[in-house]
Design a protein around this ligand. Structure first.
Ligand code: UT7
Length: 311
């Protein structure tokens, strides 16, 4: 038996900020933001911290998986926007969930965090170390935004997704993974001395277009599959033009790619999980579908997973 996602949940804060709201505070336009990024609105956490978002998504994932917090052997939270450096968000939610029978840690891989954390979880499940691992991708990047910088302020939204990783039935689950990093590109996407997101958009764009396509193709090959076998692509929701380039590289039609960026903006480590939840609800992902998850982000980091969906 193989490791796979046996339950998944999300949480986004209530407040919505539309492109029209940005027109009032920045020299930008709804037309520019939509056509250059695909974003129409994003959710903003006002009175909630990263750990609050993570906790709410985790509760939903545990319920969806049909397991209790006590059954969780390890909590892995992927985030670059912790409430504080320590204790970790994982320990904060461990307390609130009452997940008293296991370890808890945060990992830092920016927008690739969900792929990294799920891959780590897969290794522990496949080695029979744990029965269930709770993976959370969560970000409150709006606390690190310079609201006067139109290059970055319009891009990000807050949110969380969580998945329970456990054993799934024969043939289903995670088939292959790829993780990558290139620290030489770290300067293109980072927190500056004021703790604001700094981004060289064009450099990140070029890297992302190249890497998303290559990583997706790599996990397909590692799984012993071809592009034609892929039913659905869930790319990190950073920019619709980057996502479209990855989709075209795989030769998939439009309806076979997840697209939630218009509703949430770029939620970094949360985006892939949030997309899966919405796509399951919409019936776009079905049992036994071959799905490819692919992401990239600060570090620079990247990662991809191929899986056969279902418990
Ligand atoms: O998960 C994190 C990863 N980050 C990303 O995925 C970001 C990757 N990069 C991108 O998504 C794109 O590079 C952006 C959306 C950030 C920018 O799009 P672009 O097509 O690369 O635009 P650009 O940076 O080449 O800028 C074109 C023009 C510039 O004006 P000038 O210098 O030509 O006069 C910008 O100042 O657009 C201007 N601009 C804006 N105009 C209106 C930049 N941001 C805005 C804005 N509204 N919000």
């Amino acid at each position: 038996m193989n490791a796979g996602i046996i339950g998944i949940g999300k949480y986004v804060p209530e407040k919505i900020m539309t492109n029209a709201d940005f027109e009032k505070i920045l020299d930008t336009s709804d037309e520019w933001i939509r056509s250059r990024t695909g974003i129409e609105q994003r959710h903003i956490a006002e009175n909630e911290e990263t750990s609050d978002l993570a906790y709410k998504a985790a509760v939903n994932a545990l319920e969806n998986a049909g397991i209790t917090a006590e059954q969780v052997g390890l909590i892995i939270v992927a985030t670059v926007t912790q409430d504080q450096n320590f204790p970790s968000v994982a320990c904060q939610i461990q307390e609130r969930l009452g997940a008293s029978n296991g370890g808890a840690m945060d990992i830092s891989a920016a927008c690739s965090g969900f792929i990294y954390a799920t891959t780590i979880a897969q290794q522990f499940i496949n080695s029979n170390s744990y029965d269930y691992i709770l993976v959370v991708g969560v970000e409150k990047l709006t606390k690190n935004i310079d609201w006067t910088d139109r290059n970055t302020a319009i891009l990000f939204g807050d949110g969380a997704s969580a998945a329970v990783i456990g054993k799934v039935s024969e043939g289903r689950g995670i088939l292959s993974f790829e993780l990558g990093a290139d620290g030489t590109g770290g300067k293109h996407l980072k927190l500056d001395e004021k703790q604001h997101v700094y981004m060289n958009g064009r450099e990140v764009f070029k890297f992302a277009v190249r890497q998303m396509g290559e990583s997706a193709l790599s996990v397909i090959e590692k799984a012993g599959l071809t592009k034609e076998d892929v039913d659905y692509l869930v790319p990190h929701q950073a920019n619709i033009r980057i996502m479209e380039a990855a989709r075209e590289r795989l030769g998939l039609p439009e309806e076979k790619m997840s697209k939630t960026i218009q509703k949430y903006g770029n939620t970094s480590a949360a985006s892939i999980g949030i997309s899966i939840v919405d796509d399951l609800e919409a019936g776009k992902i079905k049992d036994d579908d071959i799905i490819v998850l692919v992401g990239f982000g600060g570090g620079l980091t990247w990662g991809a997973l191929a899986m056969k969906w279902g418990k």
